[in-house]
Design a binder for this molecule. Structure first.
Ligand code: DAK
Length: 258
């Protein structure tokens, strides 16, 4: 892969979009390579969390590649949008938690990429936004929907209609990012959170993710039923036995993901 790096650090994978000369903008090749990295991660049963970040000092991802999009016909735009949706959906569908380490500009498709992750942390110098209307298009990788679900209709409309960027502090204030860290500490913080998650019961964590995600689109009654089913199911795992036994025996649990 030329523009995407996949590094394994114990139970944690770090995926880096590595095209700093174009501020890590997403062209078709980057999207294809990102899809390849996500597929590899999805098939690695030993992984417990994934961190996604951008190479260089300036950007997480400054959006879809504008140069490449300039000449798109409607049909090509549809293919590109389908590709983007497919990649982000595969990221969202990973069983393990995903963490966006937003180290700089996260604009347009870059902001949408972060929104497809479970947790978003940002560096103090990060700038986030969905400036598509400045190019006379709209967010095309799920941004109108995921941003709205995360920050609410009014804030999403404000960001999408104006196309203005916001700084990390404002992004935290509106609930778009969880925490703001000094640039030098961002990746370390994300690794620490990933490491904490990696110590927990893996099947429980992935079931919690599944119930939260699927439940969000269901009526409360059905979502609570989903929770009850998953809760009961976990009592059929070896890890549940180990977790509760370890508590009673006052020792650290050793989970195997079974
Ligand atoms: N695409 C391509 N190249 C980009 C880029 C981008 N999004 N962003 C930056 N670059 C390139 C610049 O062209 C420049 O390249 P060279 O001129 O050096 O060759 C290099 O990165 C450095 O950028 P700047 O020189 O501009 O750096 P500055 O610090 O001055 O400014 C900036 C940084 C982030 C404020 C500025 O680069 C900027 O405004 N970039 C564009 C940000 C943006 O508008 N992003 C949203 C893109 S639109 C759809 C599917 C998806 C989408 C839409 C439709 N369907 C098909 C339905 C998604 C759309 C988007 O994401």
């Amino acid at each position: 892969m030329d523009f995407v790096r996949l590094e394994l650090d114990g139970a944690v994978a770090v995926i880096t979009i590595d095209r700093p000369k174009a501020l890590n903008a997403l062209n078709q090749q980057v999207l294809r390579e990102l899809e390849e990295a996500i597929t590899r991660v999805a098939h690695d049963g030993a992984l417990r969390a994934v961190i996604l970040t951008g190479a260089g000092e300036k950007a997480f991802v400054a959006g879809a590649d504008i140069g490449e999009m300039t000449q798109y016909t409607t049909a090509q735009a549809l293919i590109f949008a389908q590709m983007g949706h497919r990649v982000l959906a595969s990221l969202e569908a990973l069983q393990v938690p995903t963490i966006a380490a937003v180290n700089g500009f996260a604009l347009g498709g870059g902001c949408e990429l972060a929104l497809a992750c479970d947790l978003i942390y940002a560096s103090e110098k990060a700038k986030l936004g969905v400036p598509e209307v400045t190019l006379a298009v709209i967010p095309g990788f799920g941004g109108t929907q995921r941003l709205t679900r995360l920050v609410g209709k009014a804030r999403a409309k404000e960001l999408i209609f104006t196309g203005e960027m916001i700084d990390a502090a404002k992004a935290k204030e509106i609930g778009l990012v969880l925490e703001v860290l000094p640039a030098a500490e961002l990746l370390g913080h994300c690794r620490k959170v990933a490491g904490t998650i990696a110590k927990r019961g893996p099947v429980a964590v992935s079931q919690a993710k599944r119930v939260i995600e699927h439940g969000a689109d269901l009526p409360l009654k059905d979502a609570n039923e989903l929770e009850r089913q998953a809760f009961a199911l976990l009592f059929g795992t070896a890890d549940q036995r180990e977790g509760m036994k370890a508590f009673v025996e006052k020792r650290a649990a050793e989970f195997k993901g079974t």
